[in-house]
Design a protein around this ligand. Structure first.
Ligand code: SF4
Length: 368
């Protein structure tokens, strides 16, 4: 079963830490982009899909009618199951209750709100366009509009963060009674303003303590950690993102979007001008020829992504899908991790513990 990812590459203003592909837009660019996007969608054959994800960029900048148009096209072009999870990322600065109602009518049933922090000073240092109160208000407005599956995105390792701040952010998310919380570590990416230097980034020990405190509040608030950076009320795990972590199948539309049939990966280069040029004339007969071949999905990738999840690495999938068995050296290393409390091994699965998640980069580089 496939997932479908739709990239909406527009933002009001670029956040200084962000390396996702996005540009500012005007009416003409938006119209031309949506037209090219529809032609790219029409270029692909029918697949069965049970998740749709509008990511960005800032999909909530679109008008609900534009989202409804894309959804109608997806339903005509693909077999989208009746209980499909349909997520849209939302920047708190871009929507109100009326717009949220429109998104629900358009078919969105899960909202991922990019709050990033509930501290005004931190939000300013991240260059966000909204205050802490506006982020909370967006979540409340979404619920009032009828959303009953809401995720909040937060960040850890942000400038001047302390364990107390991490704990306060986790508590604020829990108090909003959202069903899902993501909390990714700030990555300093090349080519972003933050790469030129950003003061106040906490050291590794402080970041580790922030992570532990964040996780503890999530535990105490009834969320289950199902991925290194993701927590959900049981039953509200992101079905779409699980496809990425389990090396599943998805189609990805738009510049910078990836797609995978779980054997090979493709992407369209992150360039909206080239994208519009490629699909300006209508659907094409061989869309993959216009995309970059990103190579095969191999055992290494499966090991890396599956160990991010609480269900862990399934040795039956490793041997069945990739024809690979863990070597004696790898098994010995996993045994050492288990003895050190960093991993658990049971019923053909290898899982990292929370302490293992904290040093997952080192574990993975040794294992690979
Ligand atoms: S709003 Fe989101 S996608 Fe846009 S620049 Fe900021 S972090 Fe990146």
């Amino acid at each position: 079963m496939y997932g479908i990812y739709i990239h909406i590459p527009f933002c009001i203003r670029k956040c200084p830490y962000c390396d996702f592909y996005s540009v500012s837009s005007d009416e003409d660019l938006r119209r031309d982009y949506l037209s090219a996007l529809k032609n790219q969608i029409l270029s692909f054959g029918r697949v069965e899909a049970d998740t749709v994800y509008f990511g960005g960029g800032t999909p909530s900048l679109l008008d609900p009618r534009e989202i409804a148009d894309i959804m109608a096209l997806l339903r005509r072009q693909f077999d989208i199951s009746s209980g499909a999870e349909v997520t849209m990322e939302c920047n708190p600065a871009t929507a109100d209750t009326a717009k949220f109602r429109g998104f629900i009518e358009a078919g969105i049933n899960r909202l991922s709100v990019g709050c990033q922090s509930f501290q005004d000073e931190t939000l300013r240092s991240l260059g966000r366009l909204h205050s802490a109160e506006e982020a909370k208000a967006a979540v409340r407005d979404a619920r009032e509009a009828g959303f009953d599956n809401i995720s909040v995105d937060l960040m850890l390792g942000i400038p001047y963060e302390t364990p107390a701040i991490a704990e306060a952010d986790a508590l604020a998310a829990a108090e909003l009674e959202v069903q899902h919380v993501s909390s990714y570590l700030l990555r300093i990416c090349e080519g972003t303003p933050f790469a030129d230097g950003v003061p106040g980034i906490p050291d590794d020990d402080v970041q580790a303590e922030c992570y532990r405190r964040f996780c503890r509040v999530m535990d105490e608030s009834g969320y289950r950690q199902y991925e290194i950076s993701n927590f959900a009320v049981p039953g509200y795990e992101s079905r779409h993102n699980l496809k990425y972590w389990q090396c599943g199948q998805w189609l990805g539309f738009g510049p910078g979007a990836h797609m995978s049939d779980s054997v090979r990966r493709y992407s369209f280069e992150p360039d909206i001008g080239r994208f519009i040029f490629a699909f300006r004339g209508g659907p094409v007969t061989d869309p993959l020829a216009l995309m970059r071949d990103e190579g095969t999905v191999d055992a290494e990738e499966y090991i890396i992504t599956s160990l991010r999840t609480s269900s862990g690495l399934d040795t039956a999938i490793l041997s069945g899908r990739y024809g690979v068995r863990l070597s004696a050296e790898q098994l010995s290393f996993i045994g050492k991790c288990r003895d050190a409390g960093l991993a658990e091994v049971s019923e053909g699965h290898v899982r990292l513990t929370r302490d293992g998640f904290l040093v997952s980069n080192s574990i993975l580089s040794e294992l690979i």
